[in-house]
Ligand binder design. Structure first.
Ligand SMILES: *Cc1c(COP(=O)(O)O)cnc(C)c1O
Length: 417
């Protein structure tokens, strides 16, 4: 478990290292599993077997690595940010950004979309189905649709479609069919139900391309594996630049996929602190937040057992975050496992702190972060302010995406503040 990763290892995820969990039942300790309707069990079993075969096949890995290089632009850059280090004001602190915002389509989500798209083709599927809330996953899937010559339907809540009209136009420009869903308040919950219904009726031709590390097995482990390229690259790049491992690795957590992708290469390095940053929204005490690991309790949602935000009656809570990608009441089962074992820790920062992070990184470095990523940036600023960041700390910060999509909401919020 603690065998070090070879610093020169190629950038494809390493199946041996990341295959420790889940167990055969898709469980990470007490979490995970496969709570799905009977009608989906056969499709999930088929998917799991196909994924296992693909992972064992070097041609699949090589094909994916080539596409990640040529079409996504991997490896993404890793570099220091001296201007932001000055903002932190901690003597000798060194901060490296892993620039997933520079991946094609502006975020890390394309790593998983491409991996699953390629798998779908291998399985002989001609069509991918996706659901999207904020729209970033939909854009990644729609891009992959075009690259791989698949057809694609994206389900999206009607309310979300109105809020994200530019994203809808983006997906349509890429050749995806976007279907609005009124049920479930016009938000992502209804879109998930419709997407699953579509899949049940079309499993022979279609793959359900799920976007994060939640849901029934095999999705949590499969999505993690496709995102693990982030941490494998970052570990190698940081060792080359600094000759040592980071003291802290920090990433934002919605469903938890970019964080797991970054963390995984460091799981066997106990001296590296892994820190997930959730959305405290308007403050944990207001109940208007999405801080699942921080304030939630174990329960079952969308096919998996993990930490959830639920009220006293066990109803799933309404969540709030200024960052649409963090506005989700559950977290992937592996995060529950890492939290309970103490291998990763979870903190939450408010909308206001994320906005400070957004502004600071933009001003100091000319890098406009996604509001999701800005939670990790703001968290580091809070640590520094509270004197909790030791001098000469070496920090690896995952920048999950670019903030162009958030300029409207950020500028309004910053003016109101
Ligand atoms: C979707 C998204 C997230 C949150 O999702 P995770 O599964 O927690 O990674 C974070 N940042 C960006 C830019 C996103 O698009």
């Amino acid at each position: 478990m603690s065998s070090p990763v070879d610093a020169r290892r190629p950038t494809a995820p390493d199946p041996d290292r990341i295959g420790e969990k889940p167990d055969a039942a898709g469980r990470f300790g007490a979490y995970g599993g496969r709570y799905a309707p009977e009608a989906l069990m056969a499709a999930l079993t088929e998917l799991e077997a196909a994924y296992r075969r693909a992972r064992a096949d070097a041609t699949f890995g090589a094909e994916l690595a080539t596409l990640l290089r040529d079409r996504v632009g991997r490896p993404t850059r890793l570099h220091r940010v001296p201007g932001f280090e000055r903002v932190l004001g901690v003597p000798g602190v060194r901060v490296y950004l892993k620039r997933e915002d520079m991946a094609h389509t502006g975020a890390y989500k394309i790593n998983n979309a491409l991996g699953q798209g390629l798998l779908a083709k291998r399985m002989g599927k001609t069509r991918v189905i996706a659901e999207t809330g904020a729209g970033q996953h939909g854009v990644a899937v729609a891009s992959v649709r075009a690259m791989l010559g698949l057809s694609c339907v994206v389900y999206m809540g009607e309310h979300d479609m109105r809020r994200q009209s530019l994203t809808v136009a983006h997906m349509r420009a890429l050749g995806a069919e976007v279907r609005g869903v009124r049920a479930g308040g016009g938000k992502v919950k209804g879109a998930v139900s419709e997407a699953v219904r579509d899949w049940v009726s079309a499993t022979d031709t279609s793959h359900f391309l799920f976007g994060t590390v939640t849901g029934p097995a095999p999705y949590p482990a499969m999505v993690r594996d496709f995102q693990a390229v982030i941490g494998v690259e970052a570990r190698r790049q940081l060792l080359a630049a600094e000759g040592r491992l980071p003291d802290r690795v920090v990433a934002c957590v919605g469903g938890g996929s970019n964080a797991l992708g970054l963390f995984h290469a460091f799981l066997g390095d106990p001296e590296v602190a892994l820190i997930g940053v959730e959305a405290a929204g308007r403050g944990i005490e207001t109940g208007q937040h999405a801080a699942t690991c921080t304030a939630g309790a174990p329960g079952e949602l969308d096919g998996s057992f993990s930490y959830l935000l639920q009220d006293a009656d066990g109803q799933v809570s309404r969540t709030h975050s200024i960052a649409a990608g963090l506005d989700y009441p559950a977290v992937g089962p592996e995060h529950g496992y890492l939290k309970d074992r103490g291998r990763a820790v979870y903190h939450a920062v408010t909308d206001a702190t994320a906005l400070r992070g957004f502004q600071a990184l933009s001003h100091a470095e000319g890098i406009v972060p996604a509001l999701e990523s800005a939670h990790a940036v703001g968290y580091l600023m809070e640590c520094a302010q509270r004197g909790e960041l030791p001098p000469r700390a070496l920090v690896l910060l995952g920048l999950s995406g670019r903030g162009d999509k958030d300029l409207g909401i950020a500028s309004v919020s910053l003016h109101e503040a």
